[in-house]
Design a protein around this ligand. Structure first.
Ligand SMILES: Cc1cc2nc3c(=O)[nH]c(=O)nc-3n(C[C@H](O)[C@H](O)[C@H](O)COP(=O)(O)O)c2cc1C
Length: 189
């Protein structure tokens, strides 16, 4: 069967969903975020595409810090809510228990199994979204979400997103070991 066009408004599958935190006008605020990725190994840099007019954008520019909070699937309503309403109109921070780490200005969510604290190191203005790049200065989790000293995806049970059908998912089964599953093939070639 021939490939057919899927159009231009396509996305990669799946996208984890996080709550992007920043302090705006002195108040913590969180928005749903699906467009983010690790973009450098060392130092550890993470990038996110944030709508230019979102309340969050002003907070990141103002405080030069932000947080990426990974919710578990049970937080689906709160996550979606944070993607539907703006901090300009409502106080979204009242939904969560907020804490601060090393930067003192990147608000993080106690209810989230994994929180990354970032210092802004660069940004790129695109037509509709600003691409913020932050250095991960610290990360926070709980023992119950770790296996052998590393965050465990099964225990964290993150929410995944698909677009443009706009659905939330949870993770499926592990199917192999990375940097290992192709070793046979590498030896053969
Ligand atoms: C599941 C989901 C994922 C989203 N991902 C992004 C994203 O990656 N970038 C973005 O700019 N907006 C994204 N949004 C929209 C913002 O979260 C939304 O516009 C929010 O109200 C902005 O809040 P703020 O004005 O308080 O910053 C997403 C919304 C949902 C529901």
């Amino acid at each position: 069967m021939e490939h057919i066009s899927a159009g231009k408004n396509v996305f990669v599958y799946p996208m984890p969903v996080a709550l992007l935190g920043s302090v705006v006008n002195g108040k913590p605020n969180f928005m749903a975020l699906g467009w983010f990725s690790r973009v450098n190994a060392n130092p550890p840099l993470i990038g996110c595409g944030v709508g230019k007019h979102h309340h969050t954008t002003f907070g990141i520019r103002e405080s030069q810090t932000f947080s990426i909070n990974v919710p578990d699937a049970s937080m689906i309503r709160e996550v979606d809510y944070c993607g539907l309403v703006s901090g300009r109109d409502v106080d979204k921070s009242a939904l969560f228990s907020v804490f601060y780490g090393e930067t003192g200005t990147a608000p993080m969510i106690r209810e989230c199994p994994l929180c990354l604290e970032c210092r802004l190191v660069g940004s790129m203005e695109n037509p509709t979204n600003e691409f913020f790049v932050g250095e991960i200065v610290a990360s926070w989790t709980r023992e119950q979400f770790m296996t052998e000293g590393k965050p465990d995806i099964k225990k964290i049970n993150p929410l995944l997103l698909t677009m443009p059908d706009n659905r939330y998912w949870t993770v499926g089964e592990e199917v192999g070991a990375a940097w290992s599953a192709g070793r046979d093939l590498a030896r053969e070639k």
